[in-house]
Design a protein around this ligand. Structure first.
Ligand code: 5GP
Ligand code: ZN
Length: 112
């Protein structure tokens, strides 16, 4: 399958790994939008949040819990933001579900 994040999970494209377990993989975003910008993805290819099915609920929980743990490990004690771009109008550019963990600066609302 021609999916960048599947290739990163498989080690076929290099990445700066932050975490790996049997369900999820986390790595630094190649174009960081904040001092800390980490992507947390399921190892299984799920195209987007809109494609999630009941059988994926376990991995969704793992993704969120892992993101919180990584934020703590990265020292983001002042807070952080988690973003899931979904579909064209959501600004999704890679069609493999991913959580953006952003931190290390003040976040603003509304987002772009
Ligand atoms: P989206 O735009 O779908 O919300 O997020 C995709 C993210 O993947 C972007 O922030 C982009 O910088 C990141 N990205 C795209 N290709 C690569 C890559 O090959 N390696 C890494 N580490 N990040 C990537
Ligand atoms: Zn994929």
């Amino acid at each position: 399958m021609d999916c960048i994040f599947c290739k990163i999970v498989a080690g076929e494209i290099p990445s700066k790994k932050v975490h790996e377990d049997e369900l999820v993989y986390a790595f630094h975003d190649i174009h960081p939008m904040a001092p800390a910008h980490i992507l947390v993805v399921p190892k299984k290819h799920v195209p987007s949040l809109a494609h999630v099915v009941a059988a994926d609920e376990g991995v969704l929980g793992r993704l969120l819990a892992t993101t919180a743990r990584i934020a703590e490990e990265q020292g983001l004690s002042q807070g952080y933001r988690v973003v899931i771009s979904t579909g064209p109008q959501g600004g999704q550019t890679v069609d493999h579900l991913h959580l953006h963990l952003l931190g290390g600066r003040q976040m603003h609302w509304p987002p772009g």
